[in-house]
Design a protein around this ligand. Structure first.
Ligand SMILES: *[C@@H]1O[C@H](CO)[C@@H](O)[C@H](O)[C@H]1NC(C)=O
Ligand SMILES: *[C@@H]1O[C@H](CO)[C@@H](O)[C@H](O)[C@H]1NC(C)=O
Ligand SMILES: [Zn+2]
Length: 521
């Protein structure tokens, strides 16, 4: 298909003069179906000269300075994230898209808490690749822009679009590194971005397709295809009952769809006895709110209420692909939260696996009910640290919007690692309080040890975290409330509208950092 369309489209004798084998796409010899994306830096007003990247300069030399010439006569200097397109500059490429990278060497922005160079590259490369995609070329070569990992991330994240159930799909496009430098970092960027895209696919997928059973099967198959150092347990209802995870089961019983407790192990450390880093992810594959039913507008977005499970599972899949030398365990309580004759009722009391009793005053605060049992179970692995991720509260979205994941943690060391990781990935975190102040608002319940909602309306993300803390004794624990970063409208320029898969890359970077730091945590 690839070579046939190339020959068909070709106007150059060059292309048909080299008939290609079916297994050897003619893209390497035929330029008519390939785009090239190159970066240009912003320059001060008084500076006239166009400042291209290293790869851009090399290309400009090949075309005898024509690129710089065209850039300076075709309009004002390119603004950050903007693109300009030129055709027929070189026989290898039908089109060359120039993208604005902003100021060179901007470094870490202390105000923004991220590496601005990397963010600029991701955004610019994403914009350039989309231009090539709109031209329906099957191939795009990408300027590494001095940071091949960030460039690869921008390309793969920027091109992603969910069209699983559409008959008319966007034409496939293959992304290639321009030049031969930085292949390893480029590859790493591809894997990081594909990890985030896996989480996006799972989150975006409709709830009648991405059921607890299907979710577990997808992750299980992925993991087993990547590494032999993995174990996948897809625990059924009988196992969950035997484990006395009654808090989790109380949520699941409102639905006909059977619950699953997914447990995945990745043994990457050569020391098999090394304590694992345990991830826990909220896996509500659809959240109607239950008897405390949600308003119907935008309720469809609640198919992504398994974003915690999706991001932690995708991060573990990615770590396994990268062969990170660390032991990981992922735990995901997966079920639906629906209203039925069997569903939780406000005021019901259940006894969690830990023995604590919970008064369920709001059946829509079900995430903490399933996490309570999973967090308690996480302690049985003698964990080095426990990190949970959950689209837990609307209050988190109110507090920070989609700028950053809220992190509640009892460990400065864990916070430092997450924070440093997020500066690199640009998928940011912000520390939130775990004060006793909030604990008092969930431990004062008329009928039980705990209430699943706070006494007062205020600080809902904080009272939710305080509730989870009641099931944690580990000295290194972090709870990530990802409700605010669940979905992208247009805030992150290199992600299209839809479920965002955040903060998968930050989790992967965090895992990598922890694998190199065996002392602090
Ligand atoms: C054009 O393609 C050929 C064949 O793949 C390659 O050797 C050459 O480096 C390419 N030139 C440019 C400017 O990309
Ligand atoms: C499995 O782990 C061992 C270290 O325990 C490592 O040497 C080996 O490369 C790993 N295999 C795979 C497929 O990741
Ligand atoms: Zn809910």
């Amino acid at each position: 298909m690839q070579w046939a369309s190339c020959v068909f489209l070709s106007l150059l004798p060059f292309c048909s003069a080299f008939p290609t084998e079916a297994d050897e796409p003619c893209a390497s010899t035929c330029g008519t179906d390939k785009g090239l994306v190159l970066g240009v830096y912003a320059t001060e007003k008084e500076e006239k000269a166009v400042q291209l990247t290293k790869a851009g300069d090399a290309f400009d030399q090949v075309v005898s300075g024509k690129l710089k010439e065209l850039l300076s006569i075709s309009g004002p200097p390119l603004k950050k994230g903007k693109t300009r397109i030129f055709h027929a500059l070189h026989q290898n490429f039908s089109s060359v898209v120039i993208v604005g990278l902003g100021k060179k060497g901007a470094g870490v922005n202390e105000q923004e808490n991220w590496n601005e160079d990397k963010e600029n590259i991701r955004a610019a490369i994403a914009a350039g690749c989309r231009q090539v995609q709109d031209l329906e070329f099957p191939y795009v070569e990408v300027d590494p822009c001095g940071d091949p990992q960030a460039a690869a991330e921008g390309a793969i994240l920027g091109l992603y679009e969910y069209d699983e159930f559409k008959q008319k799909k966007k034409p496939a496009i293959e992304v290639q590194l321009h030049g031969s430098e930085g292949a390893e970092a480029w590859q790493k960027g591809l894997i990081y971005a594909e990890g985030q895209n896996l989480a996006r696919i799972l989150m975006e997928g409709p709830a009648n397709h991405v059921t607890p059973t299907r979710f577990a099967a997808v992750i299980g198959e992925k993991l087993k295809s990547i590494s032999s150092n993995v174990t996948v347990h897809i625990r059924d209802q009988a196992w969950i009952e035997a484990q006395e995870m009654r808090s989790f089961l109380s949520v699941a019983k409102g639905s006909e769809e059977p619950p699953v407790f997914l447990e995945i192990h990745y043994q990457g450390s050569s020391d098999t006895k090394e304590p694992p880093l345990v991830f826990v992810g909220k896996g509500i594959t659809f959240d109607s709110g239950g008897i405390s039913i949600k308003p119907s507008s935008n309720m469809d977005a609640m198919r992504a209420d398994m974003g915690g499970a999706a991001t932690i599972s995708s991060a573990i899949v990615t770590a396994a692909r990268l062969k990170v030398p660390i032991n990981l365990i992922g735990l995901a309580p997966l079920c639906e939260n629906l209203p039925s004759g069997k569903a939780n009722k406000p005021g019901d009391v259940v006894r969690a696996k830990s023995g604590k009793t919970i008064q369920i005053d709001n059946t829509d605060a079900e995430g903490r009910l399933v996490l309570a049992d999973a967090l308690y179970y996480a302690h049985s692995f003698n964990p080095r640290a426990i990190v949970d991720a959950a689209t837990l509260t609307g209050a988190m979205d109110i507090a920070l919007g989609s700028a950053a994941t809220g992190v509640f943690t009892n460990s400065k060391q864990l916070w430092d690692q997450l924070y440093e990781a997020s500066i690199v990935t640009g998928d940011r975190v912000w520390r939130m309080p775990l004060y006793e102040h909030y604990t008092k608002q969930v431990t004062d319940a008329p009928l039980a040890d705990l209430n699943n909602i706070g006494k007062y309306r205020s600080g809902g993300a904080c009272t939710a975290a305080a509730f989870l803390k009641e099931f944690v004794t580990a000295p290194h624990w972090a709870h990530l409330d990802i409700a605010g970063v669940m979905e992208n409208k247009d805030e992150v320029p290199y992600l299209r509208k839809g479920m965002a898969g955040r903060p998968t890359r930050t989790l992967v970077e965090f895992i990598t950092r922890l694998s190199q730091d065996k002392k602090s945590v």
